[in-house]
Design a protein around this ligand. Sequence first.
Ligand code: PEP
Ligand code: MN
Length: 343
Amino acid sequence: MLVVMDQKATTEQVEAVSAAIEARGFKARPIPGGERVAIGVLHNDGPVDSSLFLGLPGVRDVIPVTKPYKLVSREFQPEDTTLQVGDVAIGNGHMTLIAGPCAIESKTQALTIARHIQKAGAHLFRGGAFKPRTSPYSFQGLGEEGLKILAEVRETTGMPVVTEVMDNEHFDLVEEYADVIQIGTRNMQNYSLLRRAGQAGKPVLLKRGMSATVDEWLMAAEYIIEGGNSQVILCERGVRTFVRHSRNTLDLSAIPVIRRESHLPVIVDPSHAAGRREQVIPLSRAAVAVGAHGLMVEVHHAPDEALSDGAQSLHPQQFEKLCRQVRSIVNACRPGPVELIDA
Ligand code: PEP
Ligand code: MN
C-alpha cells in the first residue's frame, strides 16, 4: 500500500502518518517524489485497511499496491531513477556503454583493452577479478590482484569500473575497489548476498538469473532496495532455452516490461546471451531500439588468447563499429529512447 500525501503536507504530518503506520506493526518508507511525497507501507502480510490512514491530516489518497514488489515498482515511484557513477549517468535519456574483458588477466591486458574501449566511446570499464566458472579447472580470476589492476585502470583512464562480487566473504574487498558492484546471474537469488548488497554504499548491477522470471528478478532488486541501497541497475543477459544457435536467448521482451513495471535503469549484456561474437552487434542494436538504458559488452584485444569467454568477446574494431551503430540508433530515437517505445 502507498499513502500519498498532499503536495502541501508538512514534515510533521508525514512523520505522524509514518508513526501511525509503524504503530500498526508495519514499516513506513517515505518516498520523496517530484510532485508528491508518498509513504510506502511495507512488511504487511495481506491487504491493509485503507481507512486506517485515509482520514489522517495531510493524506490525499491511499493506493493499494497489487504487485509483490513495491520499492522497485512504478506504483511506488512513477519517475525514472537515474543513477550517477562518477561523471556517468545511467537511466532515462542516457545510453551508457560498459565494456571490457570477461576477466582481468594482467595489467597490460586490462589497460590495452581499456584504452581501446574508451577511444571507441565506452563510459565504464568492466572486468571480473572473481570469476564464477562452470569448471573448477577453468581460470578463476586474479582475485585481489585483479581488483588492484581495476583501480589502476580507473586511475589511468578516469573510467569508473564494474566488477563482480561472488560471495559475502569478499564483499568488503570488492566494495572497496569497485565503482559498480556486479551480482551475477548465478547469484541473483542468493538472498544473503542481496542483503549485504542492500548495505553497500555503491550502485549494484543486478544481472537476471538465467532461469528467472521478470517478477523474480524484480523481487531480487527489492531485497537490495529494502535493505537500504536504492542504487540498483538491472541487466538482462539472456535466459536458458532449448536453442543451440546461441549460448542463451536474449529476452528483449523483458526490457519494455521492466520499463513499464519499474523505475530502475535496465541495461542489456548481449555477450553472455549470444556466446558468439557475430551475434553481439545485431543484438546490441536491437537492445538499444527496444529501450535499454545501456549495454555491457565483452571486448578483448586478443580474444583467441582470452582466459575466459574469448568466443563472445568483440575485437576492439568491432566494438568501435558497435558504438557507431548505437549512436545512430540513439540519434534516430531522439529526444530519448523512451519516445520510440511509447510510439
Ligand atoms: C560476467 O558478466 O562476467 C558474467 C559472469 O556474467 P553472467 O553472470 O551473466 O553469466
Ligand atoms: Mn564473461
